[in-house]
Ligand binder design. Structure first.
Ligand code: HEC
Length: 247
C-alpha cells in the first residue's frame, strides 16, 4: 500500500463517519420545521405544537451538573431500535384515566428549550422522559403533592417506604438546614435531631421543576412515528416520533 492510499483511506474512514454522524444531522436538525397533523392518519388537522412549562433551562443545568444522566436515560427509542414502549410507563401511561394509552417514542421536539438533549449514558435507573407524569398520576396518592414527592426522593430516596433499597443517590447537598422559628416551613423535607428544618435550596427547586416538566406523552402526528403501520392508525395509541423533520 502506498502512502497516498493509506492517507486517503485514513481520511475517508474518519471523514465519512464525521459527515454522517456530525455534519448531516446538524444540518437536518438546525431549523426544524413544524410538523402538521394529517386528517386521514391522525383524525385531526393543524400543526403539532409541543408544550412545556417550568424552569427547564436552570433545571436542566442542575440535572447535568449532578450527573443524573449517568444512570437515567431520557430517550424512548424508535420501535425499530428497541421495545421501550413495553417498559412500564416509561413512554407514557398505558392506561391514563382521561387519555387512554399515551405511550409514544421520543422526538426531536421533546428536547426543545434545553441546551443538550440529555439522552443519558446508561439505564441503571428508569427512563425519566415521563417522570413528571408518573409522579403526578401514579406515585402521589390521595391528593399528595408531586413536588414534595420529588424533593423527598432527592433528599433521601430510601425514606420512601416503597423503596427501602433504592439505588438512587441522595442529593442532600442541594438542601439547606434552617432554624425553625414558629411554624415549620411548608416545604421542609425533614427535621434534624437538633430540631432544625431541612428545606430545598434553589438548585433542588429548579431540578424538581425540570423533572415535573418531563411529560413527553402528547399526541404527535403519525408521520413522526416509527411504529409498524398497523399500530399507527390510532393516534391516542402510542403514536410516536423521532424522525428529524428535514429543514
Ligand atoms: C447511580 C445511579 C443513579 C444516579 C446518578 C441517579 N439516579 Fe435516580 N435512580 C436510580 C435508580 C437505580 C432508581 C430506581 C430506584 C428507585 O426507584 O429509587 C432511580 C430512581 C429515580 C427516580 C424515580 C423514578 C421512577 O419513576 O421511579 C427519580 C425521579 C430519580 N431517580 C431522579 C434522579 C435525579 C434527578 C438524579 C440526579 C440528581 C438521579 N436520579 C441520579 C439511579 C440513579
Amino acid at each position: 500500500m502506498s502512502f497516498r492510499q493509506f492517507a486517503f483511506g485514513l481520511t475517508a474512514s474518519f471523514g465519512i463517519a464525521w459527515l454522517a454522524i456530525v455534519i448531516v444531522p446538524f444540518f437536518m436538525m438546525r431549523h426544524i420545521k413544524p410538523v402538521a397533523f394529517d386528517e386521514t392518519a391522525d383524525g385531526k388537522e393543524g400543526v403539532y405544537h409541543p408544550k412545556r412549562t417550568g424552569r427547564v433551562i436552570n433545571g436542566a443545568e442542575v440535572y447535568a451538573a449532578n450527573g443524573c444522566y449517568h444512570c437515567h436515560s431520557q430517550l424512548i427509542r424508535p420501535t425499530y431500535a428497541g421495545n421501550d414502549l413495553g417498559r412500564p410507563d416509561w413512554a407514557g401511561l398505558k392506561a391514563d384515566e382521561e387519555r387512554g394509552d399515551t405511550r409514544r417514542e421520543s422526538n426531536i421536539f421533546d428536547y426543545s428549550g434545553e441546551k443538550f438533549a440529555q439522552i443519558g449514558q446508561s439505564r441503571l435507573g428508569p427512563d425519566l422522559s415521563n417522570v413528571g407524569r408518573r409522579v403526578e398520576k401514579l406515585y402521589v396518592k390521595d391528593g399528595g403533592d408531586p413536588k414534595a414527592w420529588l424533593l423527598s426522593h432527592l433528599y433521601d430516596p430510601r425514606a420512601n417506604p416503597e423503596r427501602p433499597t433504592s439505588k438512587c443517590p441522595s442529593y442532600r447537598f442541594l438542601f439547606d438546614t434552617v432554624e425553625i422559628e414558629g411554624q415549620t416551613p411548608n416545604d421542609a423535607v425533614a427535621i434534624t435531631k437538633d430540631g432544625e428544618a431541612v428545606v430545598p435550596g434553589n438548585q433542588a427547586l429548579a431540578l424538581v421543576d425540570y423533572l415535573l416538566s418531563l411529560k413527553r406523552d402528547d399526541t404527535v402526528p403519525a408521520s413522526m412515528s416509527h411504529l409498524p403501520p398497523a399500530q399507527k392508525g390510532a393516534p391516542e395509541k402510542a403514536a410516536a416520533p423521532a424522525a428529524a423533520p428535514k429543514g
